[in-house]
Design a protein around this ligand. Structure first.
Ligand code: ADP
Ligand code: MG
Ligand code: MG
Length: 252
């Protein structure tokens, strides 16, 4: 099984006022097949972690490392990260005008596998995955995320996840803006990927609601760019009852 190790990660972001330190030493180890929930108040750096793993140019890793089976992810291009088995579902999925969903998926699959998928089985897989996610078949011929509702974008992210079959997925606020029915459909998709491919999941969420459907093995609470506390699923239950108040101490 593969292993993703985040070690003493420091990340700063370029702002109009100069560089601002956001992550201040994050350590996390995720094995394939495990689900880790990253929770925390708004502004604690959860999305920054996702962007750093994704290789977003605006987020500069000032020290630390991210190793996938011992290989330094930080030295990989964005494409190489995908080829190595990393999948990132962003809080705000991007629209790609002029590129249909079907073409995007096939191109991504080809880039990741190093060869084009056999057309017959591929079409069958795409159709089946879309049906599972209750996506109308017309979404295949629409431009990626263009004019999609928030919930449709989230389903589309999970469609990519199911078809591209990564080793690890970072899901940033995949639950945001979903009603209960959509949340269940999206969660089932993630759970299928866990069962079928032994996916390792980094599930970033502000709210505990999605954790009723996608069961975490470990919970990490982010506060001010660090992991302030970690535990098992019971920690999520505690956060559901108490919120984040006890982490937000006012500095003297
Ligand atoms: P979370 O996802 O936990 O809500 P973020 O990682 O989005 O937190 O943000 C952490 C902190 O970094 C916040 O104070 C946010 O304003 C700041 N930040 C993140 N990205 C940027 C950016 N591109 N420009 C300026 N500030 C940023
Ligand atoms: Mg936020
Ligand atoms: Mg965020």
């Amino acid at each position: 099984a593969s292993i993703l190790e985040i070690k003493d990660l420091h990340v700063s972001v370029e702002t109009d006022q100069g560089a601002k330190q956001i992550l201040k030493g994050v350590d996390l180890t995720i094995r394939q097949g495990e689900t880790h929930a990253i929770m925390g108040p708004n502004g604690s750096g959860k999305s920054t972690l996702a962007y750093a793993i994704a290789g977003h140019p605006r987020y500069e890793v000032t020290s630390g490392s991210i190793l996938l089976d011992g290989e330094e992810v930080l030295e990989m291009s964005v494409d190489e990260r995908a080829q190595a088995g990393l999948f990132l579902a962003m809080q705000y999925p991007v629209e790609i005008p002029g590129v249909t969903n079907a073409n995007f998926l096939r191109t991504a699959k080809t880039a990741i596998d190093g060869e084009a998928p056999a057309i017959r089985t591929w079409m069958k897989d795409v159709k089946a995955a879309m049906k599972d996610l209750r996506m109308d078949s017309s979404f295949a011929e629409r431009n990626v995320n263009e004019g999609f509702s928030g919930g449709e974008k989230k389903r589309n992210e999970i469609l990519q996840l199911e078809l591209l079959k990564p080793k690890f997925a970072v899901l940033d606020e995949t639950d945001s803006g979903l009603d209960v029915d959509a949340l269940k459909i999206v969660s089932e998709g993630v759970n299928r990927a866990k069962e079928n491919t032994g996916l390792g999941v980094l599930l970033i969420t502000h709210y505990t609601r999605i954790l009723r459907y996608i069961k975490p093995d470990f919970v990490h609470v982010f506060v001010d760019g660090r992991v302030a506390e970690q535990g098992g699923p019971e920690l999520a239950n505690r956060l559901e009852e108490e919120g984040y108040d006890r982490f937000l101490t006012v500095e003297a």
